[in-house]
Design a protein around this ligand. Sequence first.
Ligand SMILES: C[S@@+](CC[C@H](N)C(=O)[O-])C[C@H]1O[C@@H](n2cnc3c(N)ncnc32)[C@H](O)[C@@H]1O
Length: 239
Amino acid sequence: MKKLVPSLIVPCFLVFGLALAAQSSHPPYVKMSDHDPDGIGVSYLGREIAQVMGHEAADWLDRPEREAEEAPSMLVKSLKLQPGMTVADIGAGSGYLSFMMAKYVGSNGKVYAEDIQPEMLDIVKQKAKEAGVKTVIPWLGTTIDPKLPAKSVDLMIMVDVYHEFDKPYEMISNMVPALKKGGRLVFVEYRKEDPSVPIKEVHKMSVAQVRKEMAIFPLDYRETSEVLPRQHIIVFVRR
Ligand SMILES: C[S@@+](CC[C@H](N)C(=O)[O-])C[C@H]1O[C@@H](n2cnc3c(N)ncnc32)[C@H](O)[C@@H]1O
């Protein structure tokens, strides 16, 4: 009898442990032995995660030729933002797009300029001070959670950001609850399908890959717009 007890207990714990693991499971992060020098050596659902663009390169985000190259004005116009809306610019960097979007949501709206690098947010703060803008809110998040209030956001946008999330599953899991029901989640990603787009490979994404990665979340795919010269605009809606 003495011998029977541990032999029963151990398998029971094993089954219980496996059941728990299955409950919290998500697509695995797989370490790569051979990888792109611009990636972090981890693949997720078949694509390598890119390195984060450091704040030292913030000037590149504000480069004067960006309008001619990427048409960000057209991007912001296409979002059909309305006065009073709450927008979250996830991975806002220097706030280049946050300030553009703030003009559309007006004095009754707001734009969270969210990022994980405090140095980027210092640039946002400085720009807001100089321009006297109070509706752009610098917002520090973590690599797994933007820490935004629940059901508070009408539109969340990531411009050239999602492919840098080192924990994309955790990050999206914590972003979706901050969206209002029917709120939009927008990806702006350089076209992986187009080899002529002059951006490092791990910083590009295909529409199929984004859709594959979002299929496990309570989101409905809405549309992809190809009005921009280099980037997809891929839109999902929170169920
Ligand atoms: C290439 S920059 C793009 C900045 C801005 N969206 C733009 O287009 O001007 C990518 C930004 O994403 C941020 N980032 C990377 N991982 C992040 C995460 N998990 N949460 C929030 N921001 C993140 C980086 O710190 C960086 O500022």
